[in-house]
Structure formats: structure tokens, C-alpha cells
Design a protein around this ligand. Sequence first.
Ligand code: NAG
Ligand code: NAG
Ligand code: NAG
Ligand code: ZN
Length: 299
Amino acid sequence: MKKCYKIQLLATLSFILLLPNTKGWGEDGHAIVCRIAQVTNDFPSSSRLSDSAADAVKNLLPKYAQNDLGSVCSWADRVRFYLHWSSALHFADTPDKLCNYHFDQLSENSGDCKDQDGEKGRCVVGAIKNYTDQLLGYGKDTQYNLTQALLFLSHFMGDVHQPLHVGFTSDKGGNLINIHWYRRKQNLHHVWDVNIIETAEERFYDSDINGFTKAIQENITKTWSDQVRGWETCNSKETTCPDIYASEGIEAACKWAYKDAPEGSVLEDDYFLSRLPEVSLRLAQGGVRLAATLNRIFG
Ligand SMILES: *[C@@H]1O[C@H](CO)[C@@H](O)[C@H](O)[C@H]1NC(C)=O
Ligand SMILES: *[C@@H]1O[C@H](CO)[C@@H](O)[C@H](O)[C@H]1NC(C)=O
Ligand SMILES: *[C@@H]1O[C@H](CO)[C@@H](O)[C@H](O)[C@H]1NC(C)=O
Ligand SMILES: [Zn+2]
């Protein structure tokens, strides 16, 4: 009897551990964004973080992360299953087909940042502002757990750059659009979270996330070098500007993600090869903006 119970428990546990990660860029997308921001030991000369931001990040990271922000960039996805309130903070839904993100206005019901119950500010844009504000209390008396604030901010900065995290309401950001990714059944949201990145790593980088990360980092200093300043900059004195990131997101969702990918379609090389540059660009922007935001927070 006892043994039987143990086996059952083991089976249940391994099932839970094997459940695929279906929300947000997958592990790799988030790790790439965070590594671009923090820049690891491979590129000591090109660190994007200021010394004080690098120190603060090191102080705030849990010990087990060994100062590698990328290793805990998916923490927010793992806790959403028991911190239920955090679930709505990973995305923003916009009205179908409008291809526009409406900023939060002071008047009621005018912004797109709200949860399913209509509570204002509860979306990925509000969350980025929230955790940025909390981190501004670093070094002062604060009621917040700033380790959690850092892990949430780093994760949500990735999510807001995944085009379908600012998608249409009725298809839940592509989650309800069933397609085939080559031969396999998949949904469109998952293609953008995981499959495009995984296929790129397999085909071009020996299945190595570091190879893909380095290629993006190289393009930040070469192909995109003229644009990086623009990505980093926010209007006036804002510490971070997620309204802009979300607006770009839904535009990219319409232009690249939803386009030519209706229910039932088969997505293959044509789609993969034409969308990969957009995925690379969004990962680059996410990393650069996370670093810029952390630099403005920690001085
Ligand atoms: C802001 O952060 C607090 C603490 O984690 C959390 O309880 C609250 O739900 C967050 N709100 C938003 C909009 O992110
Ligand atoms: C802050 O949050 C982290 C991650 O959840 C946790 O490990 C740590 O114990 C918390 N710190 C405090 C002081 O509660
Ligand atoms: C880097 O830029 C080159 C030249 O524009 C492009 O061919 C390549 O696909 C880009 N790679 C990545 C990962 O962005
Ligand atoms: Zn997420």
C-alpha cells in the first residue's frame, strides 16, 4: 500500500515537472533577453550595465543564481501557478484587428491595460511600471521584496517584446489559433514563444543558445548600432516606457505574427525564415531596454 502511494506520488511529481512551459517567451527567449542586458563574462568589455546597476543586480539576485540573471529570468512563469494574481501581468490584450495599443488615460475605460475583470493597470505594461517603481526604493526603507521585483521586471520586459503578448483579445494572443509548425500541431502563440527560437538554434547554431545570443549581441554592435540609442531612450524623465514597447508589439503582431497564419494553416520555411529577423530584433530590443531601465533605476 505504502509503496503504491509512493509510486503514484512520483508519477504525479514527474508529470508536474515535465509540463511544458507555455507562457511568455520560452526559457530560451527570456534567458537571451536577460543575458543581453547583463552581458556575461564572455563580453566583459561590452557590459551594458553601469557599475552601480551591475552591483545592485548582483546583490538582489538569489545566491543560487550565481550572478546570472539569465538563469532566473523564467522564475515569474514558474510562480504564476501559485501566485495567481501575477498571471494577468504577463500580457496585454487589445481590441481585435485594431493593431493599436491604447495608452492608459486618466479617463475611465480608455486604456488597454487591464485584466479580465477590467481592473486597470493589471497587464504587462502596468507591471513593468510597478516593479520599476519598487526598485527605485533600492537602498532605502521599502516594504517590497526587491529580489522579486527584479525577477518580475526582467521577465516582463521580455514578455512585452514578444509580439503576441500584446495580441488580440478574442484569440488570447494567438493561443486559440491552431496551426501546424511544420508537421506538428501547435498554437500560434507557442510558435512565437518557443518554436521560432528553437528552430533557429537547431538549424543555425548547433542547438546552442549561446551561439544565438552571441549572434544577436554582435548585431547590436553592428547591424543595429544606429538604432540602439533610440531603443534605449524614453520621453522626458520616464525611467521606463513600456507603452511604447507594447505599441510596437501589437504592430509587429499584425505585420508578422498574425499575417498569413490563420486557423488551420501550415507554417514552414517561408514563415520561419521571414519571421526570424523580427524575433531576433525583439529579443535584442528587450535586452537593450532592460539594461537601460536598470541603469536609470540604479544610477
Ligand atoms: C505590483 O506589485 C505588487 C507586489 O508584488 C503586487 O501585489 C501587485 O499586484 C503588482 N501590481 C501590478 C499591476 O503589477
Ligand atoms: C524575497 O523573494 C525571494 C524569491 O521569492 C525569496 O527567496 C526571499 O526569501 C524573499 N525575501 C524576503 C526577505 O522575504
Ligand atoms: C545579423 O545581421 C545580419 C546582417 O543584417 C543578418 O544577415 C543576420 O541574420 C542577423 N542575425 C541575427 C541573429 O540577428
Ligand atoms: Zn511571462
